[in-house]
Design a protein around this ligand. Structure first.
Ligand code: DGL
Length: 269
């Protein structure tokens, strides 16, 4: 049996990474977990995000994954190092790959970062960007209205347009040429974000670069899947399965199988 790549997020956001993994690594099987019952993670205390991430990893480990992808910026900022010490398989986050892609794109040297309150408060992107390129300037802003809209599948309404437009105030006026979508939910709103920021600003979603990193690590470890068997992916969510399935099938443009979650997640504290 082929060992899967485990991908986790607070909800549907990690599907942006899953989709890119499916595109770049079509032989790989994915086991995905979206914690839709307890989303959003952004406003939660770090200890809670850490506990939730550990619980999901413990759940996913039962499927025998060869790698864990924390496809959530908030959980990456808080829990990446901790999870690396708890499992003996590679653990990949989304902040370093997204930062690398942005450095490769910017010409003005001013990079914008939008994300959840937790991610922005952690300054994880500032650290990652400045580690790669010390002279880079970073302008960050939390956009707490975006994740609930995405989790409702509300991508194109006037309410969403208004939320995006108001949230990006102050960024539009700067001389940034590159904007990191520092939350895996945000690519669902990319069209609206691009329309508000204007065509001269490049949007960076960490999905593509993260999939590339996954590919590199699996190649180096000799763990890339071989053969012509079309993988059957598994998707799990802790909340409303119908809404998750609808958003997932629409985004991935294919039918998905939802695995009932045997593990009962504790109610929101
Ligand atoms: N998609 C996640 C992230 O990238 C979490 C969003 C949330 O639950 O607040 O940060």
């Amino acid at each position: 049996m082929q060992h899967p790549i485990a991908i986790l997020d607070s909800g549907v956001g990690g599907l942006t990474v899953a989709k890119e993994v499916m595109r770049q690594l079509p032989r790989e099987r994915i086991i995905y977990f979206g914690d839709t019952l307890r989303t959003p993670y952004g406003p939660r205390p770090y200890e809670e995000v850490l506990r939730f991430t550990r619980e999901i990893v413990d759940y996913l480990v039962q499927f025998g994954p060869k790698m864990i992808v924390i496809a959530c910026n908030t959980a990456t900022a808080v829990a990446l190092e901790d999870i690396r010490t708890r499992v003996n398989i590679p653990v990949v986050g989304v902040i370093h790959p997204g930062s690398r892609a942005a450095i490769g794109r910017t010409k003005s040297g001013l990079i914008g970062v939008i994300g959840t309150e937790g991610t922005i408060r952690s300054k994880a992107y500032e650290h990652a960007l400045k580690q790669l390129s010390p002279n880079i300037e970073v302008l960050s802003k939390a956009c707490p209205r975006f994740v609930p809209l995405v989790e409702q599948g509300n991508f194109y309404s006037s309410e969403t347009h208004e939320a995006v437009s108001e949230s990006l105030e102050g960024l539009k006026e700067s001389r940034m040429d590159t904007l990191i979508l520092g939350c895996t939910h945000y690519p669902f709103l990319a069209e609206t974000i691009q329309a508000v920021m204007g065509p001269e600003v490049s949007l960076i979603s960490s999905a593509e670069e993260t999939a590339r990193e996954i590919s590199t690590i699996l190649h180096e470890k000799g763990k890339l899947s071989q053969g012509d068997v079309i993988p059957v992916h598994q998707f799990c969510c802790s909340g409303d399965p119908r809404l998750f399935k609808m958003i997932a099938q629409d985004w991935l443009d294919e039918q998905i199988e939802l695995t009932p979650v045997v593990w009962q997640v504790p109610k929101i504290g």
